[in-house]
Ligand binder design. Structure first.
Ligand code: GLN
Length: 241
């Protein structure tokens, strides 16, 4: 990010990838940047528009199978997100958006659909749909407190050697690939199955993306409410059996 212009947030494909209020993630980034005196500019790019390559943070939300396939095709043809990734942009994908960042994912009939290959993950149609609350302990090096969210996906994801798990599952399914992990990241590209929206429920995750984008530590903000929500959801999940 250059210091003389606002931090540019790019919401990818509101017409295809916006289930479960995932666009709320952009609002949280705007707000938490503003609290640190960092100006932002947010653009919403529909799937018939070219993806700008000068964004600082790109966000992709969840989607039903067919819109997800269309989004993957259009993003591959467009090529803008790859250019942005190669330039060091931060990319955050949720559920369908997470799967699209990987090499491939399962379509509505289980057919394998090519993704963008920006993150070393492979997704496929799982045997059971994962629906409910998910809680995870984040990789220590990311310095983010325990995360919670809502998951609803048929796909399962396996992480390759060039990516790392975002979290270890404490409750819920997460990636569902048999290794007890949730989400994945490599460099500044990060994905998760957590809706909620994820950054609303997990301000620590929002701050991680902002830290990556500005390349500096951020002033702390009192987030005790988020800790209370996390504990409440965890208790609800663990006591519901
Ligand atoms: N269609 C994908 C799946 O079922 C993603 C769903 C979602 O984004 N919630 O795995």
């Amino acid at each position: 990010m250059s210091s003389n212009r606002p931090l540019k947030l790019v919401w990818i494909y509101p017409d295809l990838l916006s289930t479960y209020g995932d666009q709320g993630n952009t609002i949280v980034l705007e707000r938490r940047a503003a609290l640190r005196g960092i100006p932002t500019e947010t653009v919403h790019m529909r799937s018939d528009e070219p993806v700008p390559t000068d964004g600082d943070i790109y966000l992709l939300g969840g989607g039903e199978d067919r819109p997800q396939i269309l989004a993957a095709q259009r993003l591959r043809n467009d090529g803008g997100l790859r250019v942005a990734a190669e330039g060091g942009a931060v990319i955050f994908g949720v559920c369908a958006g997470f799967q699209i960042l990987g090499h491939e994912f399962g379509g509505e009939e289980g057919q394998l659909v090519p993704g963008l290959g920006l993150l070393d993950i492979r997704s496929f149609r799982g045997e059971q749909r994962a629906v409910g609350e998910v809680v995870g302990d984040v990789a220590t090096e990311l310095n983010v407190p325990r995360i919670t969210g809502f998951e609803n996906h048929q796909g399962a994801t396996q992480i390759g050697p060039n990516a790392r798990p975002l979290a270890r599952v404490v409750a819920g399914i997460g990636n569902g690939g048999g290794d007890g992990t949730e989400g994945a990241y490599a460099g500044r590209i990060l994905g998760t199955y957590m809706h909620g929206p994820a950054l609303v429920r997990n301000p620590g995750l929002a701050d991680l993306l902002l830290r990556w984008a500005v390349g500096a530590e951020l002033q702390p903000i009192d987030d005790s409410w988020a800790g209370r929500l996390r504990e409440e959801r965890l208790n609800a999940v663990l006591t519901s059996g």
